[in-house]
Each structure stands twice: as C-alpha cells, then as structure tokens.
Design a protein around this ligand. Structure first.
Ligand code: SAH
Ligand code: SF4
Ligand code: F3S
Length: 475
C-alpha cells in the first residue's frame, strides 16, 4: 500500500509497492490542448483521488501523458503516513525541478496529504512548486491553475465536512479494465495516536449510497468485474437518505452493491476491529460475490500498547472479532497492518505482536516500524524512545514470522480449486495469466485460447510460495 513499506509482496489487493508513483496514462488522441502528468503515492484512496483529479482536468481540456517532459502540468499526489513517504516525494520534486528549468512555464503542483500537512510551508520550502492543493480542494484546481499561469502561487488546503466528489465520475487511469476503486467515504474520526490521517484528510463523511451503486453499475456495464470500496474505516460508513430518512450502514451498502450482478466482485478496505459488525460478516457470507477477505489491521498484539495507540480495542476484543470471522466464514482470509517499536513498547509486548501473527493466521501483513509524525497525539504525549536499531530488529522478526505464516497459509491451498478472476498476463510470461481468488491471493496459471482478462475460471493450485500460488485450469 505504501512505497516505504518493507513488507511481503504479492498477495495483496493494496497498491503493490512497485506500483508506487505509477504514472497514470490513458491513450489519448488529443493533438490540441494541454497535457498533465500525475504520479501517486500512498494508499488506494490517493490513487482513487488521482482519478477524480484526472476527471476534473479532462473537463478543462487536459489530456493525460506518460511523459513529464511534454506536460504542461506536473502533479504529485502525496502521502504523509511515515517520514520515508515524505522523503520520497521530496526526491521526486528535485526531478520535477529539473524538468521545469528546461521547460519554463510548466506548472508543478503538490496534491494530497503532504500538501495538507505542510500547507503554506511547502511553497516556502519548495521554491519551484506552483500549486499546493489539499484532498478536499480538487474542484478548485482549474482556478488555481489559472492563478499559477498568471505567475502567482495557488494554494487551497481547506478541509471540508461535506465534500465526497460524489457527482464526479473518475477518469480511470492505469486501468486493467477489470478492477476499479470506488471511494465510499472520506476522512477519519478515529484518533489513533500514531496517525496523521485525521489531520490530512479531515472529518469522516460518507458518500451518497445511490451514487456509489450507480458508479459500480456503470463499471459493471463497461466490463469491469471487481470493485473495491474504499474508506479509512469502512465499517463506520453511514449515510442518511435526506428524503426517506433511511440510514444505510456498511452492511446495507455491501448488499446493495452485491445485488448489482453476481459476476461483479466486491472487495473493501479498510476494516476497523472496533467497528466491524457481525451484520457485515453475515452479509459477506450471504453473497458469493462479496470476497472472503478482510484487511483487519491489529497494529499491536498487546493491550497496553493498543491503549497508548488509542485503538479503542484490546487484544481480547481483537481475538473475538477474528474468531467471529472464521466462525461465520471458515474460508475467509485475514490480513493485517502491524507497527513495530511504538513508544515504550517492551520486548514482551513485541512478543505479543508476534504471537498474534501466528494466532490470527494472517494470509499477509503490511509491517512498519514506528515513524513519529508531527502534530499527532503520540508526538505530543509520548517519547519516541525505542532506538531505530531495535525498531528495525523487531520489524524484521515480525516480517520473518509473517513470511512463514503466509507460506503455510498458501501451502494449505495446494490441491484446492478456486474461482479466479483473470486480471491479465502474469508479470513473468505472456503465456500465463494472473488473477485472484476470493481470498485475494494471486494465482498464476498457463493460458488457454479463448480466455481473456475479466473472465472467471476454475484453477487448481499445485504449487505455492509465501507470495503466489501456481495452478492449472480445470473444468
Ligand atoms: N485506516 C487504516 C490505516 C491507514 S494508514 C486503519 O485504521 O487501519 C495505514 C497503516 O499505516 C496503518 O494501519 C498503520 O499500520 C501504518 N501507520 C500509520 N501511521 C504510522 C506511523 N506513524 N508509523 C508507522 N506506521 C504507521
Ligand atoms: Fe489513522 Fe486510525 Fe484513522 Fe486508520 S483509523 S486512518 S490508523 S486514525
Ligand atoms: Fe498516506 Fe494520506 Fe493515504 S497520509 S496513507 S495518502 S490518507
């Protein structure tokens, strides 16, 4: 999901770290008009936002390009989650500076979480940046670009309580034509003490349920076969129909999207252990097309640390949620996010994170060492007292164990047959397809004539590493 992420690769529905900074492009025949170039970092939400930005720019006559040297507008959609994420962005800005010096008149804009966090300071620190635009201000881009064209700096970092971009139809970029993201909410009202997101994305708000169903229906009709519903905490999705006063919660929303068509797969991210309800789990179980996979970040396996993190659940609560998932959906895969070396974490407490990886039997995890973020609760209240070398050693221990657990999890799939949605050619060979099963595991298998991306097939697994399954078509 993040570019500074020393995690397992492969079995992931989140943005693959190799894809970080991926340049979005769609064939364009625009011989007239201007071009924009956009790079995206951070979470799926940022990638999804870039598609909203692209749509707004297209409305202004801009076409996307893969070549920053020929673009009139260079944009970078940024992430602030860890220090390393911000370092990456600053490095990219040095490259953009060079392009700009060779091509005066090019406008360089910083979007997203880092723009929101640093605000005006960005324009002072980075002299060649022309635009600083926060996540809720993208509608203002045309006006801000106009300001920059006149030689002034354009900045809008206003955070909204209402903006959901519900009416903007995203311009799908870098798409495989099979899977797409749909933002169902924005912001976050949880105050996890380590996390910068509430400050960069503002208050939580849910998008109009009808607009979500309409977007998913439209994607299905265009040939897409998988949608991922996105929010920082999807389980707190709540939208009240202003006319009927009916309240749509996440379980209801899942059901509405699942009913669009049995061939449209539904995924979602991220679930919060404190909010995920049995109602959601039963809805998942009731619909074959709701994928049996839950990303349920634990952050720490120790109750004292969880309290310091302000996660509002403890180890026992988390375990109960995991047990409920496996009870209601025995074939469900669970993945996690884990932070090593949070303030004051002892060796015994670190052991609790390790034992959780083993106990919960995660199919995969995103693992990080704690990176203090300015302005967060932890920054203000606690000392970042675990030496870097110890944080890194603990992280390595978690990664090593998760690798073993993932390997075991995948080995257990050998001999099983899964329904796989073909996404395209495998990375290694154009003689092979890749696709995912419901549990979000990537499966690679030899092609057969007549099959294409977007088709469902049955694949029997005969080989497994900690990252990928290999199999062959059956039936
Ligand atoms: N909303 C999601 C996560 C968003 S951030 C959730 O609640 O789970 C993605 C992940 O980055 C987090 O789950 C956490 O594991 C990690 N993360 C966030 N802040 C961090 C920090 N300051 N240092 C290290 N990792 C962090
Ligand atoms: Fe950050 Fe916590 Fe909100 Fe996730 S739930 S975005 S970790 S504050
Ligand atoms: Fe990063 Fe912002 Fe997402 S801080 S993880 S891009 S919400």
């Amino acid at each position: 999901m993040y570019n500074d992420n020393p995690t397992l690769k492969g079995i992931s529905k989140e943005i693959d770290e190799k894809k970080q900074g991926e340049v979005f492009f769609q064939g364009t025949d625009a011989k007239t008009g201007k071009h924009f170039y956009i790079e995206s970092y951070g979470c799926q939400m940022n990638f999804s936002d870039s598609e909203i930005v692209a749509s707004i720019l297209a409305g202004e006559g801009y076409s996307p390009t893969r070549n920053m040297e020929e673009s009139d507008l260079i944009l970078i959609n940024t992430c602030s989650i860890r220090e390393k994420a911000e370092d990456t962005v600053r490095k990219r800005l040095r490259i953009f500076d060079k392009v700009k010096s060779n091509r005066p008149g090019t406008i360089v804009g910083v979007l997203g979480c880092m723009a929101e966090r640093l605000k005006q300071k960005f324009l002072e620190e980075e002299k060649l940046v022309d635009l600083v635009v926060g996540p809720d201000a993208y509608r203002d881009l045309p006006k801000l670009i106009g300001t920059a064209e006149e030689g002034d700096k354009g900045i809008n970092v206003f955070l909204s309580r209402e903006e959901t971009y519900a009416d903007i139809s995203p311009l799908r970029l870098g798409t495989n034509g099979v899977s797409a993201f749909i933002s169902i909410m924005r912001g976050c009202d949880n105050m996890c003490s380590f996390c910068v997101v509430p400050f960069t994305r503002g208050r939580e708000r849910s998008r109009n349920a009808f607009s979500i169903v309409a977007e998913a229906t439209d994607l299905y009709e265009k040939g897409y076969r998988e949608v991922t519903l996105l929010g920082q905490n999807v389980d707190s999705y709540k939208w009240e129909n202003p006319e009927s006063k009916n309240v749509v919660n996440f379980a209801h929303l899942l059901e509405r999207v699942a009913k669009i068509h049995p061939d449209l797969r539904i995924r979602f991210s991220t679930s919060h252990p404190k909010d995920i309800t049995d109602e959601v789990l039963h809805t998942m179980a009731a619909y074959e097309n709701i994928c049996k996979y839950i990303h349920l970040p634990v952050q720490s396996g120790n109750s004292r640390v969880l309290k310091l993190m302000n996660r509002t659940y403890d180890r026992e609560w988390y375990k109960e949620r995991v047990e409920s998932i496996y009870r209601i959906m025995p074939d469900c895969a669970i993945s996690s996010d884990i932070i090593a070396g949070f303030c004051t974490e002892t060796e015994e407490e670190h052991q609790d994170s390790l034992s959780m990886v083993e106990w919960a039997n995660y199919s995969m995890s995103y693992m990080f060492f704690y990176s203090e973020r300015p302005g967060t609760l932890a920054h203000r209240k606690y000392e970042d007292d675990i030496p870097l070398a110890i944080k890194k050693r603990r992280l390595q221990e978690i990664i090593r164990l998760q690798n073993q657990v993932s390997f075991r999890h995948n080995q257990a799939d050998i001999g099983k047959t899964f329904k796989v949605l073909i996404e395209g050619d495998s990375k290694k060979s154009d003689q092979e397809f890749k696709g995912r099963n419901s549990q979000n595991k990537m499966i690679v298998f030899p092609k057969k004539e007549g099959l294409k991306a977007g088709d469902y097939v049955q694949v029997k697994v005969h080989e497994a590493t900690s990252a990928t399954l290999k199999g062959e078509l059956v039936g």
